[in-house]
Design a binder for this molecule. Structure first.
Ligand SMILES: N[C@@H](CCC(=O)N[C@@H](CS)C(=O)NCC(=O)O)C(=O)O
Length: 178
């Protein structure tokens, strides 16, 4: 059984934990690393993940970081096909939304979260919050329009790893005082 390193209040860890539930992989071990828990700059953690971020997955001798790569690995190894479809066109849509989550959706939501929830002084100026809000709203409108099309899920008509990756940030968005 594999081990997940990372605190469960991190959105990038949560997406992995959600997938584990969906595919019935609940016997894993989890070790709390990250803000407020064990230090990610400790030599033992840096040896696993030189980026000093969570999550990291360890499966025997195999070590993997980058949350969306972990989703792909676990879905391929343990999931039913529909959670990471093999059909090239359907899979391409899943990949598109996974990339979009990391490159676009994350940008605005993370800045808002840091300003409004973490209250990091580097992100609390009104003009910063306003521009982060615009970015996040723009992404959410794109997502909303996509979900309005019959199908009901991010990449089509079944739940895929794209929903796990994106759902975490929608949840975060709804918890913000905006
Ligand atoms: N691209 C990385 C980003 C990981 C990341 O930024 N993780 C954050 C938590 S969401 C982190 O480790 N923050 C520092 C900490 O928790 O101490 C991934 O998707 O795995």
């Amino acid at each position: 059984m594999f081990t997940i390193y990372g605190r469960p209040n991190s959105s990038n860890v949560r997406k992995v934990l959600w997938l584990c539930e969906e595919i019935g992989q609940t016997g894993y071990e989890r070790v709390d690393y990250g803000r407020g828990f064990k230090p990610i700059d400790s030599p033992e953690y840096v040896a696993l993940n030189p980026n000093m971020v969570v999550p990291t997955l360890v499966d025997g001798d195999f070590v993997l970081w980058e949350s969306n790569a972990i989703l792909r690995y676990l879905a391929t190894r343990h999931g039913p096909e529909e959670i990471y479809p093999k059909d090239p066109a359907v899979r391409a849509k899943v990949e598109m939304w996974l990339d979009w989550q990391l490159t676009t959706l994350l940008t605005g939501v993370r800045l808002l979260f840091q300003g409004l929830h973490v209250k990091d002084p580097a992100h609390t100026a009104p003009e910063q919050l306003e521009s982060a809000g615009k970015l996040a709203t723009c992404s959410m409108e794109i997502l909303d329009a996509n979900l309005a099309v019959p199908g009901g899920y991010v990449a089509g008509d079944t739940l895929t790893i794209a929903d796990c990756a994106i759902g975490m940030f929608v949840h975060r968005w709804y918890t913000l005082p905006i």
